[in-house]
Design a protein around this ligand. Structure first.
Ligand SMILES: [Zn+2]
Ligand SMILES: [Zn+2]
Length: 263
C-alpha cells in the first residue's frame, strides 16, 4: 500500500512544534533534504541507506542543506560498504549547487561519493526505478533565483499526488490540481504578508474552493503546531483542509480511497 509520511511540516523558520517540511514516499523516495534531514529520518526509524530517490524542488536552504549530511552518513555508517546508489532528480543547475554545498560542508570528504554513489537525473519527467511511481516536474512561482519547481507524482494505481513545491498560486499548479487526488500545498506565510511567491491561508482556501474533489493537505506551515502556545496560531481554515502535523501519514488504498492518519 503506497503511503506518504510527513516528517516535517514547518516553513524555513521551523515554527514551534515543527521541523522543516519533508515528505517521504513509500519509505524510500524523499522530496527535498532539509537541514535536519538525518534526525527526521531517525525519528521515523528510516535508515538513510534506505533512500533510493531524492527529488529536489528548489535551492532554498530549508530544502537542501541536509544533503551533505545524508551523503556523509551513507558513506560512513549506513552504507559503508558502498552497495547503494542514490538516484537524485533535479534541475540542470542543481548538481553544481549540491556539489559546492558538499565541498563547503565537508571539504575533501564527499567528492568521490558524489561521483560514484549518486546517479544524477536531470530529465523533467521519468519513472522512479523499483517503485510504483513516475513523476513530472513543473515550474512554479517562487523566488526566481531558486529555480522553483513542483512535482506531480503518479502511482501505477492511477493515484495522483500533487506536490506544489514552495510557491504562490500559479498556472502550473492550477492545471495539475484539476486532476489530482491529493494536493500538498506549502503555506509559507500568513495573510498579512504580501508575496506572490507563497501561498497564504486565503490562497489555500481559494485553491480548495476551485478543486473540491481533491484532498488538500497543508505543509511548510508558518504557524506553530497544534499544541504549542508560542508563535503564530493556526489559521482558521475550513475543516476539509488538513493542516498537517509532523508525523502524519497519508495511506493510499487506491485512486479513490485514501486517508490521513495522525499518530
Ligand atoms: Zn521553504
Ligand atoms: Zn523556498
Amino acid at each position: 500500500m503506497p503511503r506518504v509520511q510527513f516528517l516535517g511540516t514547518g516553513n524555513a523558520f521551523a515554527p514551534h512544534g515543527r521541523m522543516h517540511a519533508l515528505a517521504l514516499i513509500d519509505g524510500c523516495i524523499l522530496i527535498d533534504a532539509p537541514p535536519t534531514l538525518l534526525p527526521q529520518l531517525r525519528r521515523a526509524a528510516i535508515s538513510p541507506a534506505e533512500i533510493e530517490h531524492l527529488l529536489f524542488t528548489h535551492w532554498h536552504a530549508d530544502h537542501i542543506f541536509g544533503f551533505p549530511f545524508l551523503i556523509l552518513e551513507r558513506q560512513h555508517v549506513s552504507d559503508a560498504a558502498g552497495e547503494r546508489i542514490l538516484d537524485v532528480h533535479l534541475r540542470p543547475s542543481g548538481r553544481e549547487i549540491l556539489s559546492e554545498l558538499c565541498r563547503m560542508g565537508f571539504p575533501g570528504s564527499l567528492e568521490a561519493a558524489l561521483e560514484e554513489r549518486i546517479d544524477w537525473h536531470q530529465a523533467e519527467s521519468g519513472v522512479l526505478a523499483k517503485s510504483g511511481w513516475r513523476f513530472e516536474r513543473f515550474p512554479v512561482c517562487h523566488t526566481p533565483e531558486t529555480d522553483p519547481h513542483g512535482y506531480e507524482m503518479i502511482h501505477q494505481s492511477g493515484f495522483r499526488f500533487l506536490h506544489c513545491g514552495d510557491s504562490g498560486p500559479c498556472e502550473g499548479i492550477e492545471s495539475r490540481a484539476a486532476r489530482a487526488n491529493v494536493i500538498l500545498v506549502e503555506m509559507g506565510v500568513p495573510d498579512f504578508v504580501q508575496s506572490p511567491h507563497h501561498h497564504t491561508p486565503s490562497d489555500v482556501i481559494a485553491l480548495a474552493e476551485r478543486h473540491p474533489e481533491a484532498m488538500i493537505l497543508v505543509t511548510h506551515n508558518y504557524a506553530s503546531g497544534t499544541d504549542e502556545t508560542e508563535g503564530f496560531d493556526l489559521p482558521d481554515l475550513p475543516e476539509e483542509i488538513r493542516q498537517l502535523e509532523d508525523g502524519d501519514v497519508l495511506d493510499i488504498i487506491s485512486e479513490n480511497e485514501f486517508f490521513l492518519v495522525r499518530k
